[in-house]
Design a protein around this ligand. Structure first.
Ligand SMILES: Nc1nc2c(c(=O)[nH]1)N[C@H]1C(S)=C(S)[C@@H](COP(=O)(O)OP(=O)(O)OC[C@H]3O[C@@H](n4cnc5c(N)ncnc54)[C@H](O)[C@@H]3O)O[C@H]1N2
Ligand code: MOO
Length: 384
């Protein structure tokens, strides 16, 4: 009896330990890595109020249009009715409460400006701490370092950050036709590329025949140098991977999940290292990885949530679901609408290259046109 998808996720969360191995890296080398501690702002930015325009700062005085200009060094506070010349980014002297951009000045002389009576107080002034306040959290433990997050860290002169070690994932492709080179190992390359995209490292990629001894031997070789292993293939009834799990030679934390495709998937532990077993059929393998491998990788990297973010999309074309299990339906979304891939049977190989994500639906016989469904982008937020 397969367990539900939610139960499988819960088992990943509760039975697998996140890696929690920390390293310190220079900021740029840490791009896309997961922070292992909160990082706080050491100081406020800007450090002082600054002008956002080339022009003049004035200490506004009602009904005044002529402002004599003071030269630096300024008095401790600019008296009402006086002005100073300022550049973009200049600190604003005490007492200045409005900026007049130079193009709005009516008459510009060396010692005096003439402006209109209508002045907007505090316009074009960036306040102290408006960008970043002292003590503010810039990056949270578990958050991934993006180019956008780097802006804030670099502005604080932070050069090195503490991140979690990348999980090293090894792949074991099971199949005699693979060993005999009758078929090319597209599953391993596909998973390896996806693991790299998700911030993992690839350990070894091994091939082995569909026999129990060969599988166990290969796993013994891979375990010491890997944080986790993914096997593909030989999960059909009576196949060697399936029987190793059924006999509990490899103790399954779960085996058979109520998901479509990739129902025969399993998770086991060998020397405390997680082994995810995915089917060999290419689309079952890749979508099984999205449903179970992505959460495992996120968990190993201490992500607070196992599933990536999703958006709600309006289904554009009726889709029939295979059964009531959690169905992953590959397709394309423009951010608002969803269209499923035309044919996505488990054995198909090159479907996902025309998709940018998948919808997840459970307990449904069909998804009607106009129905709202959750959609997961392969890369979130989507690139291009
Ligand atoms: N009688 C039944 N048959 C099947 C059942 C069932 O309940 N009763 N379950 C089906 C389900 S569900 C799945 S999923 C698959 C699981 O298949 P396997 O994991 O045993 O797949 P393999 O036999 O290893 O491979 C099948 C096929 O896939 C291609 N393949 C395999 N590995 C690779 C690779 N690394 N790169 C590229 N392509 C690969 C290849 O064409 C294999 O021949 O079982 C159903 N059957
Ligand atoms: O994993 Mo299978 O894809 O349910 O045919």
């Amino acid at each position: 009896m397969p367990i539900s998808y939610q139960e499988a996720l819960q088992i990943i969360q509760t039975s697998i330990k996140p890696l929690h191995v920390k390293q310190t890296l220079p900021l740029l080398n840490a791009l896309h890595r997961v922070a292992s501690q909160d990082i706080y702002a050491k100081f406020a930015l800007p450090k002082y109020p600054m002008s956002l325009k080339e022009g003049y700062g004035i200490a506004f005085k009602a009904l005044t249009t002529h402002y004599p200009l003071l030269q630096a060094p300024y008095p401790s506070s600019i008296p009402l009715g006086y002005g100073v010349k300022l550049s973009t980014g200049s600190p604003i002297p005490e007492g200045i409460n409005a900026i007049i951009p130079e193009e709005e000045v009516l008459v510009e002389r060396e010692n005096e400006i003439q402006i209109s009576l209508h002045v907007t107080l505090f316009a074009h002034i960036k306040k102290e701490g408006e960008d970043i306040t002292q003590g503010e959290v810039l990056l949270k433990k578990g958050e991934r370092l993006s180019a956008q997050k780097i802006t804030a860290l670099a502005s604080q002169c932070i050069r090195n950050i503490h991140v979690f070690k990348k999980p090293t994932i090894s792949l074991l492709s099971i199949g005699t036709p693979l060993v005999k080179k009758e078929i090319c190992n597209s599953n391993a390359m596909s998973l390896a590329a996806r693991i790299l995209e998700l911030g993992g490292k690839i350990g070894d990629i091994h091939l082995c025949d569909e026999n129990e001894d060969a599988i166990l031997k290969a796993m013994d070789t891979l375990v010491p140098t890997s944080d986790a292993i993914i096997t593909t293939g030989a999960l059909s009834r009576n196949d060697s991977m399936c029987s190793l799990l059924e006999k509990k030679t490899l103790f399954p934390l779960f085996h058979h999940v109520s998901i479509t495709p990739a129902r025969p998937s399993a998770l086991s532990l060998l020397n405390e290292k997680p082994i995810l077993h995915l089917p060999g059929l290419p689309l079952s393998c890749t979508l099984g990885f999205e449903m179970l491998g992505v959460p495992l990788l996120r968990h190993l990297q201490s992500h607070p949530s196992l599933l990536p973010s999703f958006i709600s999309c309006i289904n554009q074309k009726r889709v029939t679901c295979k059964d009531a299990s959690m169905n992953a339906i590959p397709g394309y979304s423009d951010g608002n609408h969803f269209v499923s891939a035309p044919h996505y049977e488990a054995g198909r190989l090159n479907i996902l290259s025309q998709c940018n994500g998948y919808a997840l639906v459970e307990q449904k016989t069909s998804i009607e046109e106009g129905e709202e469904i959750p959609f997961f982008f392969f890369t979130y937020p989507p690139v291009s």
